[in-house]
Design a protein around this ligand. Structure first.
Ligand code: NAP
Length: 486
């Protein structure tokens, strides 16, 4: 897209932001509700369109659509109750020595946000997905860079957003949609002076390229990029002795769910060598072999999966345990599980990296010390899972405790796939899982990514926003002189 067009889009976004941020939260909420209603009214035709572009089955897309509409309404509810601004008032203390001024603080929207949609969630993390919904809820305008893997779906969803703009009298350019393929367009959007922040879900290379563009600007801006994760699973011996086959069945399902195209896919299984581990490996192999394969999201992802699994299998000490369909020819993606010793794993950082798809590498450790070393060798993660019985929890305490420090979510005796949309969810994590571990991309608190705190000192009452006015006209929860008042 020529730079003049990028300029026009971002200028329009900046103008829309000025009008949009001044609208009441209730008015903004009606807009989010109207998008949800429009998506629901689009019915199966929209699901079929997305299925034709992404190879994702209709039942999966129906669930994703439900999640997308739920998120839009959740953010509408969140801004209606007003707690998200985190209002704090510290009244003046003239008798203090020296006298303390009146200080009032709340969160305000950042400005126009550039959103890069995810290929693996054509609804829930794309055009009207969580990044767009949370940015609009915060009072930001949004420029969506269409994902090239589902352009028609993205166009249709944008039409629905435009109808909601008209229906609820929003500023015309509060959401815009850029269809042009090519990194130069993405770069131009991120580096335009009017852009205030970036939301991204996709590859490590893509996310880090956006971070670099953002830092090259005269005034750098925040980039919230959700990138890769191997989601280590710590399989403890007691849990495997109790139920090797049950755990294997769960994990075969989780590794291959949606052809493994989830950022929370369990790509790394860490375990201590034992007879129970042999039982687990055999049961996992039997279950994997039964799974039917399907096409992946787009040819680029499919090619990357085939290339990366081949490269991984060629690494020193990596042996294939089994693959889902032994008749699959080399050009087709197939679920694979492989094994490596902890020693070989620790020596080769390449096998620590995510392979996006139905792949999992089992690292066989001699003891808890090796397991801890392997856990520490992998960098930041979206999730770490602990499969442990009570005896394991007592025996391996330090190892389990350490899991908290490299992951956004620690899962006990379950699978990491499936991210609940709820208040307490953390879908984020230290680098390289994400570029900013202080935030979540899922749940109401995702709104914080597009806001910053401001405080007013000794401001005249008539200049204060309603959230900070003495009489609390919006009836929101506030921390007043250290006391939480709801
Ligand atoms: P991607 O290649 O990272 O692309 C995502 C979006 O970012 C596209 O719109 C792309 O622009 C843009 N982009 C990528 N690199 C860029 C750059 N250097 N400059 C400007 N824009 C850039 O992601 P994908 O196509 O969805 O999948 C590729 C890989 O990403 C997968 O194999 C997987 O490893 C990973 N992935 C991870 C997640 C996750 O949840 N973390 C989800 C999906 C995929 P264009 O439109 O110009 O191509």
């Amino acid at each position: 897209m020529p730079s003049q067009e990028i300029h026009t889009v971002m200028q329009a976004s900046a103008t829309a932001f000025e009008a949009f941020r001044k609208l009441s939260a209730n008015h903004r909420a009606t807009f989010l509700d109207a998008i949800a209603e429009g998506l629901e009214n689009a019915g199966d035709a929209l699901l079929e369109l997305a299925s034709s572009e992404t190879n994702l089955p209709i039942p999966r897309l129906r669930g994703e659509m439900g999640r997308t509409c739920f998120q839009l309404r959740m953010f509408a509810k969140e801004i209606r109750n007003g707690h998200w601004v985190e209002a704090i008032i510290d009244h003046a203390m003239p008798d203090k020595n020296p006298p303390a001024p009146d200080i009032r603080r709340m969160r305000i929207p950042l400005g126009p946000i550039v959103v890069f949609g995810a290929s693996n969630f054509p609804f829930a993390y794309s055009t009207a997905g969580g990044d767009t919904a949370s940015a609009l809820a915060a009072g930001c305008s949004v420029v969506i860079k269409q994902h090239p893997a589902h352009p028609q779906t993205s166009n249709r969803v944008f039409e629905i957003i435009q109808q909601a703009i008209k229906k609820t009298n929003m500023p015309a350019f509060v959401v815009q949609h850029v269809e042009d393929k090519g990194f130069a367009t993405g770069q131009g959007l991120v580096q335009h002076p009017a852009s205030a922040a970036v939301g991204f879900t996709g590859s490590y290379a893509g996310g880090m390229a956006l971070v670099n563009y953002a830092h090259e600007r005269k005034h750098p801006i925040p980039v919230f990029a959700e990138m890769g994760s191997t989601n280590p699973v710590l399989l403890f011996p007691g849990a495997l002795t109790d139920d090797a086959s049950g755990i294997a069945e769960k994990y075969a399902g989780s590794i291959t769910l949606g052809m493994g195209q989830f950022c929370t896919n369990p790509g790394l299984l860490l375990a201590i060598d034992s007879p129970a581990l042999v039982d687990f490996e055999q049961a996992l192999a039997r279950n994997i072999e039964k799974i039917a394969m399907a096409a992946m999201l787009h040819p680029g992802i499919e090619k990357a999966y085939i290339t990366k699994t081949r490269e991984a299998l060629a690494q020193k000490g990596v042996t294939l345990i089994t693959q889902a369909d032994k008749n699959v020819v080399d050009e087709n993606p197939v679920a694979c599980i492989a094994r490596i010793s902890a020693n070989d794993f620790l020596e080769n950082p390449m096998v620590h990296e995510e392979i996006f798809g139905p792949w999992s590498l089992m690292v066989v450790c001699k003891d808890a010390g090796e397991m801890l070393a392997c856990r520490q060798a992998v960098a930041g993660q979206l999730t770490t899972t602990i499969m442990a019985n009570n005896n394991d929890l007592a025996t391996f305490g330090p190892l389990i405790d350490s899991a908290v420090y490299n992951a956004g979510r620690v899962v006990f005796n379950s699978v990491p796939t499936g991210v609940e949309v709820c208040n307490a969810m953390v879908h984020g994590g230290p680098h390289p899982a994400c570029t900013d571990s202080r935030f979540t991309a899922v749940g109401p608190l995702a709104i914080q990514r597009w806001t910053r705190p401001v405080c007013w000192q000794n401001a005249p009452a008539e200049l204060l926003p309603p959230e900070l006015q003495e009489e609390n006209p919006l009836g929101i929860r506030r921390l007043v002189d250290g006391v939480l008042i709801s």
